[in-house]
Structures are given as structure tokens and as C-alpha cells.
Design a protein around this ligand. Structure first.
Ligand code: GRF
Length: 220
């Protein structure tokens, strides 16, 4: 990735359209939806919320908010076939930016190719520490004194793409893995919207592994 590769842009004068993918409770999705509703994330709208799990609470919450939802059950289907259906769905809803919010699936190469530098993920650790499952427990067991979350572009490796932003918190002497996870989640709810705002602003660019604010001269 380099600065010449475009990052997501909305059509001129139109809001940036998000396609949110989730598999479970959907608290990050709800935080984003609330920030859009309250005007804290201007120029952004949720085009569709997609779940690979029919009874995901996040999907029910999206329906209650009156948002467009799609259920595309992945269980028992080849990855590429399922992903092709998700890609078609996202295209049908004219999605500019794909937001993984507790989407418990690895994406096929075809998915990455269909949305280059247009897929975000949030991970509950300060990457590159503790990729994979149970990141908060991993961090707690390791004995770190700083924990947090990372919003990053998705690439072909797990929890690896270019970092958009991170938020850190101290691990308290009174913490256990659950209280730590709760406090990290509160940071996730802030971080994801901040990262989306950064991408939507069009003022950042990829320079190698860095996602940086363009200078005023370059913006002019
Ligand atoms: C979050 O901890 C997120 O970092 C991870 O999956 C969890 C999803 O939680 N990728 P929710 O469904 O958004 O509440």
C-alpha cells in the first residue's frame, strides 16, 4: 500500500455509505449508529447491516432502528461462495466502506480484491500484540500494564492491516479479564467512529504501513 492508492471516497456531495458486517451482539455497530444519529459522524450513513448469523442480536437491533438488513448465513457454505454473495449484497446497497463489527469470519482474497483499502476492522488489543481470539484475556494473562483497541484496514493476514487509530487504557490492579474487556469495549465504541471519521474526511493517506494526515500543501 502507498499514498497513491485511493482510500474510500463517497460520490461527490453524497454521504459515505457503510456496509456493517456482524455476527453477534453488535455493540460497536450500535455505537456507530448512535454517533451517526446524533450528528457526531457527519457525511456518513449506514447503507446496510449484514449478518452471517440469523439470530445475531446486532441484526435485530439494526431492524429495530429501521435500517436495511440482510441475512446471509455462512454455515456449511464454501468461503468464496458465501463471500461472493456478501460482495453482491454490498454492491447492491452501493457500499463505499465495509465495517467489520464483530464479524467472526476470515475474508476470502476475492472479498479483499472487491473492496481494496475499503474494509475496516476493530480488534480489542493494541496490535500487533495479541492478534486472534480472546485478545483481552491474552493481554491480561501476559501482564501488560497498557491495553486497548485498534482500528485497522483489513489485509490478507489476520489482524494485520494498516492501523488507522488506537486507544489505550491502563490495566488496573483491581482488573480481571472481564472488567478489562468491558473497559476496552468502552474505548472501542469511541475509536470506531473516530476511525471512520478519519477515513471519511479524505484527508488521510496510506504511506507504506502508516495512515497519515496529508499536509496542507498536498491538500491544497
Ligand atoms: C469486539 O470486542 C471487537 O473488538 C471484536 O469483536 C467484538 C465485537 O463486539 N472484533 P460487538 O459485537 O461489537 O459488541
Amino acid at each position: 500500500m502507498d499514498g497513491s492508492i485511493p482510500t474510500p471516497q463517497a460520490a461527490p456531495g453524497a454521504p459515505l455509505r457503510l456496509g456493517v458486517l456482524l455476527s453477534g451482539r453488535g455493540s460497536n455497530f450500535l455505537a456507530i449508529a448512535e454517533n451517526i444519529r446524533s450528528g457526531q459522524l457527519p457525511g456518513v450513513e449506514i447503507a446496510v447491516t449484514v449478518s452471517n448469523v440469523a439470530d445475531a442480536p446486532g441484526l435485530a437491533a439494526a431492524r429495530q432502528l429501521g435500517l436495511a438488513t440482510e441475512t446471509l448465513v455462512s454455515k456449511g457454505r464454501p468461503r468464496a461462495q458465501h463471500d461472493d454473495d456478501v460482495i453482491a449484497c454490498l454492491r447492491q446497497h452501493r457500499v463505499d466502506l465495509v465495517v467489520l463489527a464483530g464479524y467472526m469470519r476470515l475474508l476470502s482474497p476475492g472479498f479483499l480484491f472487491a473492496f481494496p483499502n475499503r474494509i475496516l476492522n476493530i480488534h480489542p488489543s493494541l496490535l500487533p500484540a495479541f492478534p486472534g481470539l480472546d485478545a483481552q484475556q491474552q493481554a491480561f494473562d501476559y501482564g501488560v500494564q497498557l491495553a486497548g483497541c485498534t482500528v485497522h484496514f483489513v489485509d490478507e493476514h489476520l489482524d494485520h492491516g494498516v492501523i488507522i487509530l488506537q486507544r489505550a487504557i491502563p490495566v488496573l490492579p483491581t482488573d480481571d479479564a472481564h472488567s478489562l474487556a468491558d473497559r476496552i469495549l468502552a474505548q472501542e465504541h469511541i475509536a470506531y467512529s473516530e476511525a471512520i471519521a478519519r477515513v471519511a474526511s479524505g484527508q488521510y493517506e496510506l504511506r507504506g504501513r502508516r495512515y497519515v494526515l496529508r499536509t496542507k500543501v498536498e491538500l491544497a
